[in-house]
Design a protein around this ligand. Sequence first.
Ligand SMILES: NC(=O)c1ccc[n+]([C@@H]2O[C@H](COP(=O)([O-])OP(=O)(O)OC[C@H]3O[C@@H](n4cnc5c(N)ncnc54)[C@H](OP(=O)(O)O)[C@@H]3O)[C@@H](O)[C@H]2O)c1
Length: 342
Amino acid sequence: MLKIGIIGATGYTGLELLRLLQRHPAAEIAWLTSENSAGQRFGAAFAVPPPIGEHTLVKLADADLAAADVVFCCLPHAASQAPVAAARAAGARVIDLSADYRLHDPAVYEAWYNHPHEQTALLAEAVYGLPELYRPEIARAALVANPGCYPTSVILGLAPLARCGWLAGTIIADSKSGVSGAGRTPTLKTHFVEASENFSPYNIGRVHRHLVEMEQELRLAEGAAQNGWQLIFSPHLLPVNRGILSTIYVNLPAGVTEAQVREQYADAYRAEPFVNLLPAGQVATLAHTVHTNYIAIALTFVPNTQTLIVTASIDNLVKGASGQAIQNLNIMHGLDERMGLL
Ligand SMILES: NC(=O)c1ccc[n+]([C@@H]2O[C@H](COP(=O)([O-])OP(=O)(O)OC[C@H]3O[C@@H](n4cnc5c(N)ncnc54)[C@H](OP(=O)(O)O)[C@@H]3O)[C@@H](O)[C@H]2O)c1
């Protein structure tokens, strides 16, 4: 049995991890941390029944880090850097759900997150935890940087094009997320009266932090070709609890045909256990993926143009966070990748 520690268990990703781990046959909980609810049962933080609700929360300083084989870190960015390093120093393999170990260049991290990277040696060993792109590297990794939710939908939505050098010009990713994507701490934007019956764009253009993560990974997938494309990323707050739908507009290079593109996506994702490539004529919707670890991807070609519209949907808390983290756990330990996720 793998002994699991969760740092920051009282957030939405922590709750989702616990729900998934509860039905995972090869994992058991060693400890759960919370700074604000230490000493309380997990059931006091969330209205969940036993056995999840029975675990007593401890402060990170009181957690027996060495008692965990694997530590999931579910803290906000910047707050994750030091706890991840402490868990690694204690010998655990770590899956970090924050953005702290996703960007390979510490200067880029500092520029986008307004915080210096203080663990650059660890950053250099971190593997970006997108199984469809990095399965062999994840299997060997001691530290996995679990991808962001929006980036999971956009990177997997575009990776087959990037690998062929078919990204060109301006690519527009128009994305919508349910409110749980913003975490459990309430803000004015996520206040029920502001979010309900409303639909708001935010950080649109080239200013949202997930943009740089998407571009990093798509340029790596592109390899040496490096066409001069750029991404416009427009996130929206959708008044539902969970789910992300990205609608991505790409102008394919002249001569690239619908048949060629469909073949590339089919080849890329045929063997992927959690990619549901929808048949021609369908579009991805939240209903395809909410409460599952799947990404649904559909391709729509606008007749008599080179315009491709990719629709990609995920559950932000499952394939966009905790489900993908379990998928990585399974890969890291040579388990069936689907364990606990179906
Ligand atoms: N929500 C999503 O859909 C999603 C998707 C992908 C990735 N992520 C990333 O996953 C991480 C966790 O997200 P979440 O939605 O679970 O967040 P959340 O609901 O806001 O929960 C945050 C957790 O971190 C703890 N915490 C907050 N500030 C802290 C600090 N300064 N030091 C120590 N502990 C602190 C809280 O514990 P206390 O009990 O002590 O308050 C809580 O357990 C974030 O980095 C987020 O960006 C989230």
